[in-house]
Ligand binder design. Structure first.
Ligand code: HEM
Length: 505
């Protein structure tokens, strides 16, 4: 939701209109008093409402506002009533107690292109069709059994990441951690689903795919004024729809080619493909409206690759950045790996080792607490009026859960802005959606369906980077100089890429 310049000028123009209306029509209709049961919130201007209050980092602006208006507040963003929740207690009400009524989505105009939103697991309301997709994910993609059986493929891909870092060591080149983690995440997903690579460390192909994913995530995450002022949908003033059509089209083409290739090899019986794609193709029958069509499959893959690559690689980059800032914590994580598994040369860490590495797990939790890659989750929508804490969350309101604000709340966490993994050694707090003070994957029926795979990939990549190498910053850069600013699209990325030099152990 952050604003760029075009958005800013459009909003400025709308502000001008709004001020005129405000002067001409000083009408109680526009006042908050007409919606007395809404949670408290700042005064909403006519037409633009509180749009300007969002700024470039909505999670931070909303966290600041919630200090004045409380853990449940209401804003008006253009025509959309928005409820913002900033405490674990109220997040639990929204995501657990009332999740039946608050599990729908506000659909951004741009994701309606190529009929994506009507088949998308991310944008469908919590309907039967959505439940069918979630069930497919749960049973055929992310069950412990499926993930265990594809462990070997992921081990091979993480080994390639380690080899790539070894090569960078030899040539003395700094590693762009986010970029390397992205290439790995992409290949981990591609191998888990269809046993092939989609990217190589040196080639441009991974950068091209990354660029498409980053652009799409940026487009979905940025403020499209047409979403808040519906009349503007007619003209698509920022060309979001046009751009999205182009990028979605490119991704769908890639998946179509992979599916066609597999169908051909199945037809010639040269390979039945006993992997996730094989299983999904068995489920799908084209033009079968009750079932799961090839078109559904293409759009599901589009969603999974968009939701699964950027999020995982950004989380690896944030964790590494925090560890580079605290070399003693990095040393602790490495010592733990050495004690439990042994150094490179003994054997490499595996996914199955993760439960035996409590400090590594604490590092991941602490990093997700400070840097949840979806700081406001994906916006939910109320399907009916819901009473929460004596206030009404009205039907069709957008509901944002400010996970970022909860992660930095001094009433919940001591030294909330410091990276202290040790805090999680003393507490049982987990991130899987039961402990509402730490919900980087969301909670309730919309909880991230890829959490099991995302969590495995994140721990495994981080452990492998730490086990085989020591890390130092580029010449002249000190740990305290690492820029920890974020830039927010739909996912919260590091604004300045982390570059670090690996040293062989
Ligand atoms: C560190 C990694 C990840 C994080 C932090 C993360 C976080 C999230 C969050 C916060 C949501 C929104 C929950 C809500 O709306 O309440 C979400 C949704 C989703 N995630 Fe993840 N995710 C990660 C990795 C993955 C992976 C690896 C996949 C699949 C390969 C995936 C697929 C999805 C999908 C499809 C949705 C939409 C679900 C729906 O709307 O029903 N995610 N994720």
């Amino acid at each position: 939701m952050p604003m760029d310049y075009i958005t800013f000028f459009l909003v400025l123009a709308l502000s001008f209109v709004s001020i005129c209306i405000h002067i001409l029509v000083s009408n109680p209709i526009f006042r908050r008093s007409s919606t007395a049961r809404l949670p408290p919130g700042p005064y909403a201007f006519p037409v633009i409402g509180n749009f300007l209050a969002l700024g470039n980092k909505p999670h931070e602006s909303l966290a600041t506002l919630s200090k004045t208006y409380g853990p449940i507040m209401s804003l008006k963003l253009g025509s959309i009533t928005t409820i913002v929740v900033s405490s674990p207690k109220i997040a639990k009400e929204v995501l657990q107690k009332h999740d039946l009524n608050i599990s729908s989505r506000i659909i951004p105009d741009s994701v309606k292109v190529l009929d994506h939103s009507i088949v998308s697991i991310v944008w469908l309301p919590a309907s039967n069709q959505w439940r069918k997709l979630r069930k497919i994910c749960k049973e055929y993609l992310f069950s412990a059994q499926v993930l265990d059986s594809s462990q070997g493929l992921r081990r091979k891909k993480v080994r390639e990441l380690v080899d790539y870092v070894h090569e960078s060591c030899t040539s003395g080149q700094a590693v762009d951690i986010g970029r390397a983690a992205f290439t790995t995440s992409l290949n981990l997903l591609a191998n888990t689903f269809f046993s092939i690579d989609l990217a190589h460390y040196q080639a441009n192909s991974s950068q091209e795919f990354k660029d498409i994913v980053s652009t799409v995530m940026d487009l979905v995450g940025k403020t499209n004024v047409a979403d808040y002022f519906p009349l503007l949908k007619l003209i698509d003033p920022q060309h979001f729809r046009r751009q999205m059509k182009f990028y979605f089209g490119k991704l769908l083409e890639i998946f179509e080619a992979i599916i066609n290739q597999r169908l051909q090899s199945r037809a010639s019986s040269s390979g039945l493909g006993n992997d996730v794609l094989g299983t999904l193709l068995n489920q799908s029958k084209d033009n079968d409206t009750e079932g799961f069509s090839i078109n559904d499959l293409k759009h599901l893959l589009l969603d999974l690759f968009l939701a699964g690559t950027d999020t995982t690689s950004a989380s690896v980059e944030w964790a590494m950045a925090e560890l580079m800032k605290r070399p003693d914590a990095m040393a602790k994580a490495r010592n733990e790996l050495e004690e439990v598994i042994g150094r490179d040369g003994h054997r490499l860490v595996q996914e199955s080792d993760i439960p035996t590495l409590p400090y590594l797990q604490a590092v991941v939790k602490e990093s997700l607490r400070l840097h949840p890659v979806a700081p406001l989750l994906i916006p939910h929508k109320a399907e009916a009026d819901v009473e929460i804490c004596g206030y009404t969350v009205p039907k069709n309101a957008q509901v944002l859960v400010n996970v970022w604000a909860m992660g930095r709340d001094p009433n919940i966490w001591s030294n909330p802005n410091s990276f202290l993994p040790e805090r999680f050694l003393e507490h049982e707090t987990d991130f899987r959606g039961q402990d509402f003070e730490l919900i980087p994957f969301g909670a309730g029926r919309r909880v991230c369906p890829g959490m099991a795979l995302g969590s495995r990939m994140l721990h495994f990549m981080l452990a492998s980077l730490l086990q085989s190498f020591d890390w130092k910053l580029e010449e002249g850069v000190k740990p305290e100089d690492i820029d920890m600013n974020d830039k927010t699209g739909l996912t919260m990325q590091k604004a300045m890429p982390l570059k670090a030099i690996a040293i062989k152990l």
